[in-house]
Design a protein around this ligand. Structure first.
Ligand code: NAD
Length: 362
């Protein structure tokens, strides 16, 4: 067997183990486009997910990221009750230097060739403008400006979902979902983080903020009367809630031992470095973890609204469901003494199984 055959075999093994339906490798030398589109599952509907542009060190790293993110989208749509499957795409490159209209339109043509099986939106490194370029080639894109029929910036909706997830957890731990008097550290005060800080401060929560961007840190701290803390102090802070709103994998072997939090609930995707071991560790440490893909689903709900023609009111109604959905996950986790992430996965998987049965019986 040649070396190339071995690589293909191992990619297909990865797809099988994570349950992916299809992966498309896009290569356009004319525009410099190198992208990977992963369609994880389409039982519930077309696979919807963001397009991330990132300077991956290796193609293997890009593949790993797209496989992990697309699987997460399947679970997010399923548990949120949306008729969507899960998918994600990554473009390999530096979004500040390597992007062009031609590249985004070339990428749009690859999406077009999937005939609606994959629909995209913004993610890290891509903007509303990029979605407009993709829209010039295919209608299978969301997250375009309101002026051309889009649902606009999803981050306030995402922040609202996270806020409701926090309330559901606070109800569980403190017996009431009144947030006044509680303390939260928000790590990463970008688009979602800042909206979350605003919601929490409106409820008289004591808020600590941290960001690697010092200018932004001082600006948000001053605007909302929050306390700025250095990045390396976040995990040892004596506050009720840790809200990760920057990067994934911040809940890991080195950070968990430092934690005195009662609750972890934030917007970042894939917060647990290892779903199984770290979910279990948090359960043993009695730290309540709000599954990220459940409480950060506001952005996906916003995209779904764009596809279905829902207005703002319906978008917010669907987002309000996150409170009850989080309560249900906690209930199952307690009843079975399993980590909340496992409880959430079980609920999401069950919905997919149930709908698959209906589809095959007609
Ligand atoms: P953003 O880029 O606007 O903000 C991220 C912020 O985190 C920036 O201010 C950045 O300086 C800061 N940051 C980066 N590394 C940090 C670190 N190590 N410590 C502290 N701060 C750090 O992104 P966003 O749109 O606000 O999204 C935040 C997170 O939520 C991302 O993980 C994103 O994938 C996830 N998410 C966002 C949405 C949405 O609607 N925007 C929806 C679902 C999930």
């Amino acid at each position: 067997m040649s070396a190339n055959t071995t690589v293909v075999t191992s990619i297909l093994d990865q797809l099988s183990s994570l349950g992916h339906k299809k992966v498309v490798f896009c290569n356009d030398p004319d525009t410099g486009l190198k992208a990977i589109i992963a369609v994880h599952d389409t039982t519930l509907g077309p696979a919807l997910g963001g397009t991330r542009m990132w300077s991956y060190a290796t193609e293997a790293e890009a593949l790993e990221d797209v496989l992990r993110l697309s699987r997460g989208m399947t679970y997010k749509a399923a548990i949120t009750g949306l008729n969507l499957g899960g998918g994600t795409a990554v473009i390999i490159g530096d979004s500040r230097k390597g992007k062009s209209e031609a590249m985004m339109r070339s990428y749009g043509r690859f999406i077009k060739n999937l005939n609606g099986e994959f629909i995209t939106a913004e993610d890290v490194g891509t903007t509303m403008r990029d979605m407009e370029y993709i829209r010039m080639e295919t209608s299978h894109v969301t997250g375009v400006p309101e002026s051309i029929g889009g649902a606009g910036d999803p981050s306030p909706v995402s922040a609202k979902g996270v806020y409701l997830g926090i309330k559901a957890c606070v109800k569980e731990v403190f017996g009431t979902d009144v947030l006044a008097g509680r303390s939260v550290v928000v790590q990463g005060i970008g688009s979602v983080g800042e909206h979350l800080v605003e919601l929490l401060r409106n409820d008289n929560v004591e808020v600590f903020v941290s960001d690697i961007n010092e200018e932004r840190l001082q600006y948000v701290a001053k605007k909302y009367k929050a306390k700025a803390v250095e990045a390396d102090r976040v995990f040892g802070l004596d506050v009720d809630i840790y809200a990760p709103c920057a990067l994934g994998a911040t809940v890991n072997d080195s950070t968990i031992p430092k934690m005195k939090f009662a609750i972890i609930a934030g917007s970042a995707n894939n917060q647990l470095a290892n779903e199984q071991t770290h979910g279990q560790l948090l359960l043993e440490k009695n730290i309540l973890f709000a599954p990220d893909y459940l409480i950060n689903a506001g952005g996906l709900i916003n995209c779904y609204s764009e596809l279905t023609g829902y207005g703002k009111k319906r978008t917010m109604q669907l987002t309000e469901n996150i409170y009850e959905a989080t309560r249900n996950v906690i209930k199952l986790s307690k009843a079975e003494n399993i980590p909340t992430i496992r409880a959430a996965n079980r609920i999401a998987e069950q919905r997919i199984i149930d709908i698959k049965k209906i589809k095959s019986s007609f």
